[in-house]
Design a protein around this ligand. Sequence first.
Ligand code: ATP
Ligand code: MG
Length: 560
Amino acid sequence: MTETDYVASNFIQEIIVEDLKAGKNGGRVHTRFPPEPNGYLHIGHAKSICLNFGTAAKFNGLCNLRFDDTNPSKEEVEYVESIQEDIRWLGFSWDDRLFYASDYFEKLYEYAVRLIKTDQAYVCDLSADEIRAYRGTLTEPGRNSPYRDRGTAENLNLFTRMRAGEFPDGSRVLRAKIDMAAPNLNMRDPVIYRILRAAHHRTGDRWCIYPMYDYAHPISDAIEGITHSICTLEFEDHRPLYDWLLAALGFPEPPHQYEFARLGLNYTVMSKRKLLQLVKEGLVSGWNDPRMPTICGLRRRGYTPESIRNFCEAIGVAKANSTVDVALLEHHLREDLNRRAPRAMAALRPLKVVIDNYPEGPGEELEAVNNPEDPGMGTRKIPFGREIYIEQDDFREDPPTKFYRLAPGREVRLRYAYFIKCTEVRKDAEGNIVELHCSYDPATRGGSAPDGRQVKATIHWVSATQAVPAEVRLYDRLFNRGNPSGAEDFRDCLNPDSLQVLTAALVEPGLATAAPGTIYQFERQGYFCADPDTRPGRPVFNRTVGLRDSWAKIEAKAGK
Ligand code: ATP
Ligand code: MG
């Protein structure tokens, strides 16, 4: 394939195609995904991962994984590990290109010394408040720091002693010497090093000065030979600083930064600070709570890597921030699961049914299709007998109009089995329905009547003697407001009904040994994924998503 054969599918790829045509970077495409290890990855990061790794793959290039670990106080090994696991699970590989900004601390220090020597950086003794006051505002220029013109020798001496630990935290900083009157505030002599005594997850106590993100990032990119440094829109105003630093240090073929819109999703929050708060305050069960928008939460919920990648492809890459409807994410999940999830039957809220005219004894085995979308997935045997359980919702003693399921005197089809007709309703002392009695028609085995009579509903069921008890966790949106971050306190919008636990569900016997992560479609109810809490003989299922596709409805309404 030659450069001209590539078809760009977003504006960043258009830039890359142009760069390749112009012969830039020797025809190389090299991107990176640069998470800060201060939390777990979420669906927004997935967009960035798909863009960075996907774009590199498309152009036969490379994508590095680089931990931007320049802020020791918030970073932890736990996050470093989870981030790698999640990227791998999404289906991407960095091969041997795993880097840490902290790998470059020594080089970054040397580059800072070089900036000092070329009169492009100085040690400033102003306090943080004073620096802010001197910076000016959007309408007023800043003022030069009184320390701006101290000589090179004094700067070198002070910077060396900052590193040596001679000064207290926060007492001095190193600043780039740019322009205190620049219209862009990021160019008003930004701080590039600070004194901070905090143990770093990799370098321990070796350093007591740490580079700022805006300083470390462009240089890390340049060191790794990155060609296209793709980040989110909030860094647009930082780009002049990115370019200034690389020019000041004289990198011959510097990387370029391109910004795209962050993914926002309704009914959730994506800020790591807020997600951490949910975890720390016990408002969810952990980072991988199936209601969380984290990759590990989505995985536990039953999301597949393909569904997430397809979603990221579908939303595209734009220059303007927008909020995507979570229904679109669920749509891609259903599309994928519909193809791959084997079907099974489960009674979530079971109601016992005794078929009086069915012979006593062991019953029989019936054949059920594993996935009507994929005949290759074959069939399975399911046990049927005189006593079964159906779903409570599938029976009404006084059926309203349009309720076609089971009711006194009415006949329905049991999926893969027979027609049954309700002959008696039994209740307990309080009047609760506890058992139905029915008759069945042996001639309808397999689901149709030889005399051609029709029924209006097919319901699912499980064998009373052989079904396996299971716990089923029904999840709903974590927030009951489309934009929880718009509320005064996002925690006020937590949906009190976001988790409902059903402890008396019954599933068909084949599911007794479902391995955690296995996903089924429970017929007529939705997709369910075996949870890591599953124990032998006691499976636990998370409802991944219901069957109704609200996105398809939205599209139909819009006439698409
Ligand atoms: P914070 O939540 O504090 O804003 P962050 O989400 O920017 O942090 P990083 O670890 O710095 O966290 O993110 C790694 C990369 O993922 C960055 O390049 C960032 O731009 C990108 N990214 C983060 N959030 C999103 C999002 N919602 N949509 C797309 N990309 C994102
Ligand atoms: Mg960030």
